[in-house]
Design a protein. Structure first.
Length: 684
């Protein structure tokens, strides 16, 4: 906080310059260098200073103006009615304060319209006698850029209004957005063409609208939603909802999620609902817009130079931030895969502090070209794991070197390998690499496998360190003395752990198979193998052809299993596990195949599941006679919805297809008799 007037003046200048530059980069270059949240923070700081030091106020301050300066590449279009912005509320208290102020001025407000605040590009469309004659960006609110040829390529923007008697002049405004479903594909295409990827769908929409060649715009799946109007000659809408109804009749697209409510409590409920569900939508939203419905009241409330007083934007907590990328390191997983990850200056994103973020693999680091020392955009959308989106190039220090994937395993020094055609780089030292050993043993003892209680990550690490654990068979040789020597283990915990190890010897064969960590062998495949071949010895002795003949086990899995058992080291491990007393026989006859409980049913999977990879979920369905499809139709039996589902979940609701969450899906897989979608499994 500045202490003197001079300091305040200096800071105000600095903030204005920074905000103007940010606006230019956002609106004109489609390449922002600060996140929206950081913009909002600087903006608020400037507003506060201008309030505390009224002498410093100017009409051209970014707090008093709207949008950006002209880019120059497009012809200017003067808006006959200025395109305003909206005031923001960042908390329910601020929203309530706006509501109270509004009701103080006009008395009771019978209806508020709640709309989603679409994070797109603001555009104005001019219709003359029902024909689209001009499309323009907002620009500085008074003059925007003429982008008519580009907007004409957008499928849901009507060239003519569907009205028998269209008004002489009508200007509708809305947001053009890039649908979430097409965004990844666009960035993949940008990568293939060696072009810079877009940081988010909004920038993609903005960049796509600013193409010189409308054909390029036309190749992108842009869409528009209308939310307001400028000049409307010969018409008067009694309310905002009447305007929306007019749009629908005219064939102009409007958002489907609008609610008309009568109390501020209901407004808050709408805000809370969409905070939860914002990722179910095809477009990104950054908040909710609340509007006083009645035109008469709107007129009474009026506007400031920048925004109407009859509307407010409630902004959701930011999902994107910038922070310093301190370093990139590589971690080695159980199967030897080397995964690069970002070490970040901790930053609060979408309500949690992010200090680490995966960078997936070598190609992804190259694609994003992020370098230690860069300022990077970090994004955490919904329940999705945090992601480094890309560098802020304007903030890149000079001569920052491109990051190179290490040549050797950081854990054991073995040269890393990347087989041709694969995205993963691996440490080939499967038996000697301590990271792989640790991961393998933690997996073996884990819940989905031998489920050895008390043998967690730390104990495994300590036993490896003490030289007592080299592979899974060593677990069955651990003594009380070994554990006592680790220090910190009391008699009781030693007895508990030894008891758990003893109990694990009786686990069913399929659990042991999962524990061995053979590539492609998850729970379902393990069950199929155990049921058909009955013992570990028989599986080990089976040929690749015999393995591939087991229902649900294809050639890839068969090859992987056969290769694993052909390895001398693995054979030795199996022998020592048997010596250690581990059960290697299938219990009873559970049938050769899984019961075909899902025969003839079609499933669609969307979002991430905790207990299954996408492949495992698919296999689990197919092994039971079901089928997995990529899109939802009326014929879909169930849509399985995990965390951060895509638009498919919404589509299912639209079509009335039953939705299963993960527990309901797991329950369906477990059930013995054929399932009946009509019975409403997972309705809870
Ligand atoms: S009403 C006079 N409704 O958000 C007010 N704006 O941050 C006109 N926006 O300038 C805008 N969704 O470009 C309105 N449902 C919605 C909106 C919306 C997104 C944009 C619009 C506005 C900006 C303010």
């Amino acid at each position: 906080m500045p202490v003197s007037a001079e300091e305040a003046a200096r800071r105000v200048d600095e903030l204005r310059a920074r905000l103007r530059d940010a606006l230019y980069r956002y609106h004109v270059l489609s390449d922002p260098d600060i996140s929206d949240a950081e913009y909002d923070e600087l903006f608020r700081e400037l507003e506060t200073l201008e309030r505390d030091y009224p002498d410093l106020r100017t009409d051209d301050s970014p707090t008093q103006t709207v949008g950006a300066v002209q880019a120059g590449a497009f012809a200017p279009v003067r808006h006959r009615v200025p395109m305003l912005s909206l005031d923001n509320a960042f908390s329910t208290e601020e929203l309530a304060a706006w509501g109270r102020r509004t009701e103080r001025i006009v008395g009771d407000v019978p209806a508020y319209v709640c709309e989603l605040k679409i994070d797109g590009v603001a555009v104005s469309l001019q219709y003359e006698r029902g024909r689209l004659v001009r499309a323009a960006t907002r620009g500085d609110g008074r003059v925007g850029d003429d982008i008519t040829p580009n907007v004409r390529t957008i499928a849901n923007v009507p060239q003519r209004l569907a009205l028998d008697d269209p008004p002489p002049a009508f200007e509708v405004r809305g947001e053009i957005y890039f649908p979430a479903s097409g965004f990844e594909a666009l960035n993949q295409q940008m990568t293939d063409e060696a072009k810079q990827v877009y940081a988010n769908p909004r920038n993609a929409a903005s960049g796509s609208l600013r193409q010189k060649d409308p054909k390029v715009t036309g190749s992108r799946q842009l869409a528009m939603l209308c939310h307001s109007f400028g000049l409307a000659e010969g018409m008067r809408f009694a309310s905002h909802s009447a305007f929306l109804g007019f749009c629908e009749r005219a064939g102009l697209p409007v958002a489907g999620q609008t609610a008309i409510v009568s109390t501020l409590e209901e407004v808050e409920a709408f805000v809370a609902h969409w905070a939860e569900h914002r990722h179910d939508l095809e477009y990104e939203i950054d908040g909710v817009v609340v509007k006083v419905d009645a035109s008469g009241l709107q007129e009474e409330l009026g506007r400031t130079s920048k925004a109407p007083r009859w509307a407010i934007a409630y902004k959701y907590p930011p999902e994107e931030r910038t922070t310093l990328l301190k370093d990139i390191q590589v971690s080695i997983g159980r199967t030897g895969v080397a995964t690069p990850f970002a070490m970040l200056e901790p930053v609060l994103v979408a309500g949690s502090t992010v200090a680490l973020a995966t960078l997936h693999n070598q190609d992804e680091v190259a694609r994003r070209d992020v370098r230690p020392g860069d300022t990077v955009f970090v994004r955490k959308a919904g329940d999705v794991i945090p992601e480094v989106v890309g560098p802020v190039l304007t903030k890149r220090p000079k001569r920052l070197r491109r990051w190179k994937f290490p040549k050797a395993c950081p854990e054991c020094g073995t040269p890393l390998v990347r087989p041709e055609g694969e995205s993963a780089t691996r440490c080939p030292n499967t038996t000697g690499c301590p990271a792989q050993r640790w991961g393998t043993l933690v997996h073996f003892a884990g819940r989905g496998a031998m489920d050895i209680e008390h043998l967690g990550e730390k104990t495994v690490a300590a036993l490896i360190e003490a030289g007592k654990l080299h592979d899974a068979a060593d677990i069955y040789r651990i003594t009380a003395d070994d554990l006592a020597a680790l220090g910190g283990y009391k008699d009781r915990s030693i007895a508990n752990l030894l008891g758990a190890i003893e109990a694990s010897k009786q686990r069913p064969l399929d659990r042991l198979l999962v524990g061995l960590g053979i590539r492609h062998v998850g729970g379902t495949v393990a069950t199929l193998l155990a049921n058909r071949l009955k013992s570990l010895e028989a599986i080990a002795a089976a040929s690749e052809e015999e393995l591939a003949g087991v229902g649900g086990v294809g050639p890839t899995i068969a090859a992987s299993v056969a290769a694993w058992f052909a390895d001398d080291g693995n054979q030795d491990l199996v022998r020592r596990l048997v010596e250690g007393g581990v059960n290697t026989k299938a219990d009873g006859d559970t049938g050769v195949e899984l019961p075909q409980t899902l025969a003839g049913m079609s499933f669609v999977l969307t979002g991430g599941l905790d207990g299954f990879t996408r492949d495992e979920a698919t296999r689990a369905i197919e092994d039971r006679g079901g089928r997995v499809a990529s899109s939802v139709s009326k014929k879909t039996a169930y849509v399985v919805v995990g965390t951060d589902p895509g638009s498919k979940a919404a589509r299912a609701t639209e079509l009335g297809v039953p939705i299963l969450d993960e527990p309901a899906f797991a329950a369906l897989l477990e059930q013995e008799a054929a399932a009946d979608p009509e019975a409403g499994v997972g309705d809870e």
